[in-house]
Design a protein around this ligand. Structure first.
Ligand code: BEZ
Length: 252
């Protein structure tokens, strides 16, 4: 049997070990944010806090929020003002100069509610700068997951929890919720990772939570074998088929 904490949980140490590349991917987004001294900035989905520390180097004050207790704990150990909060229920009103979010919003299918909460947290004229998975993100990985589930009816129906909009849909959503969209782009971003088995272990927890440990191991093995075809080469190793949406919008 799986222990409760093994199901649908974020483990900050495992994340740091196998997904450190996600933090590096935040640097161009921080450039787009261009934080200024004295600003108050919300980092939505702060993870273990490295991007928030980078933002604070510019003299801004960051409030860092994440849904995971473990991540928030790690961020606090770095000296950050970190709190547990959900993108769809943020306890802030007109208090931030900017909201920054990296690699988080593809976990929030209630995208309108998240955008409304971001808008509520911002001061008028405040900016929302984010990057997350866009249309076509991890397509090969998704197809491999679906193929393995289709081979094993005993796994039940596959439920993919990710939200990967295109720029038209997300841009329109922002406008409808009172933002002026200064910039929005879809960016294919193939990203080297250590081993797809670790990626699957970290990120498909919610999809495989109902499987036994043996089934989960079998699932990861079969998905890895399928993905060798498309995501692995001798020269480059494993490269995840990431596609991002990068956006900067201003609250009108
Ligand atoms: C991403 O960063 O694009 C991502 C990570 C985990 C699951 C799905 C997408």
């Amino acid at each position: 049997m799986k222990k409760e904490e093994e199901i649908n949980e974020w483990h900050a140490d495992k994340y740091k070990k196998h997904a450190g590349f996600v933090t590096k991917m935040a640097l161009p987004v921080i450039d787009l944010l261009a934080p200024k001294s004295g600003e108050r900035i919300l980092d939505l989905g702060c993870g273990e806090g490295t991007p928030a520390l980078e933002i604070e180097k510019c003299g801004a004050k960051v409030v860092a929020v994440d849904l995971s207790d473990d991540m928030v704990q790690k961020a606090r150990e770095k000296g950050l003002d970190a709190r547990v909060a959900n993108a769809t229920d943020l306890p802030f009103e007109a208090e931030f100069d900017a909201v920054f979010s990296n690699a988080t919003l593809h976990w929030v299918p209630q995208s309108r509610l998240a955008v409304q909460n971001i808008g509520k947290a911002l001061k008028k004229g405040g900016r929302f700068v984010a990057e997350f998975g866009g249309e076509g993100n991890v397509q090969a990985i998704r197809e491999a997951i679906e193929t393995v589930f289709a081979r094993h009816p005993e796994y039940g129906k596959v439920e993919i929890p990710w939200y990967f909009p295109n720029t038209e849909v997300y841009g329109a959503l922002l406008k409808e919720e009172g933002f002026w969209v200064e910039y929005i782009e879809r960016i294919p971003k193939p990203s080297p990772i250590d081993d797809i088995a670790n990626w699957l272990m970290l990120f498909t927890n919610g999809i495989t939570a109902h499987l036994t440990q043996e089934q989960e191991a079998q699932f990861r093995h079969e998905a890895r074998e399928l993905l060798k075809e498309s995501l692995y080469t001798e020269e480059e190793g494993w490269v995840a088929d990431y596609v991002r949406i990068r956006v900067k919008a201003v609250k009108v």
